[in-house]
Design a protein around this ligand. Structure first.
Ligand SMILES: Cc1ncc(C[n+]2csc(CCOP(=O)(O)OP(=O)(O)O)c2C)c(N)n1
Ligand code: SF4
Length: 251
């Protein structure tokens, strides 16, 4: 019997701790599959964040480094500069990347550091119990915005990918989602391209993945996917924001 699907070598045998319906697991799988397909698992260093994916170092089947909250881009910068032949990536939530770590990601992108960032945007602080994130939508409830985010009080949600795309050093920027099989395939394609851009030495690449947090959104898994489509996608539109040919021509 021919094998049509098997678990990627890019992930360990560890069972993840993610809540039912959380899409962190799908995103892990895609990164694992891409690293396996590019045949770089033995030469990859991932940097885990602080957030629900803090234990990512148990799940990715490559070398991993833990960073303190928001500092993954700084850690990745050091690793990649010392070992430029390694494939280096950060895996960061929106609290990690867009709040406490805003300076690190902006300056790493501005410097054109040659690593890849997987940015998991679930519009909330998951691990710590549902506090408002910079990406929380206007009107969206959070434990620190119990009546919903209000522009007058908490300002506008930040579109990190659009903002980072204005920096010359950021050469590949795409926003994807993993809410349907078709979108999962597109997400994988974008993640693969981001790693290929790194391998071509072209600059900084980031893939923002819209992700669910059924636990803190207070929704069942399927309803979470629908909430993401109805509320996140209109504000955070999917698609490529900045592209580059692997020969270095910016598109
Ligand atoms: C220096 C520091 N400040 C605050 C915290 C508390 N903290 C841990 S995870 C987290 C937010 C995580 O949210 P996010 O990055 O969106 O990831 P998610 O859990 O949603 O995947 C915060 C504020 C910490 N661990 N260290
Ligand atoms: S709290 Fe939210 S982000 Fe964290 S594992 Fe659970 S569903 Fe996922």
């Amino acid at each position: 019997m021919s094998v049509v699907f098997k678990k990627t070598q890019g992930l360990t045998e560890a069972q993840t701790h993610y809540c039912p319906g959380c899409t962190h697991g799908i995103i892990h799988r895609l990164v694992g599959e891409v690293l396996e397909e590019l045949d770089v698992l033995g030469d990859t260093v991932g940097v885990a964040p602080v957030g629900c994916s803090v234990l990512a170092y148990n799940y990715f089947n490559c070398d991993m480094q833990e960073a303190s909250h928001g500092r993954a881009p700084a850690a990745a910068t050091g690793i990649k500069r010392i070992q430029p032949d390694k494939t280096v990536f950060t895996y960061q939530g929106d609290g990690d990347l867009a709040s406490i770590g805003t300076a690190e990601i902006v300056h790493a992108a501005a410097r054109g550091e040659k690593f890849t960032t997987i940015f998991v945007n679930n519009a909330i602080y998951g691990m710590t119990g549902g506090q408002m994130a910079p990406t929380t939508l206007v009107g969206q409830k959070a434990t620190t915005a119990p009546y919903g985010r209000e522009i007058d009080k908490q300002g506008f949600p930040i579109k990190m990918s659009e903002m980072l795309s204005t920096l010359e050093g950021a050469v590949f920027v795409e926003r994807v989602s993993v809410d349907t099989p078709a979108n999962v395939r597109k997400a994988k394609k974008a993640i693969k391209k981001a790693f290929e851009v790194q391998h071509a030495g072209l600059g900084f690449g980031i893939v923002e993945v819209l992700s669910t947090c059924p636990t803190n959104w207070g929704l069942a898994p399927n309803d979470s996917l629908q909430w993401l489509r109805d509320n996140m996608m209109p504000y955070y539109p999917l698609g490529n924001i900045k592209n580059i040919d692997l020969n270095g021509e910016v598109k």
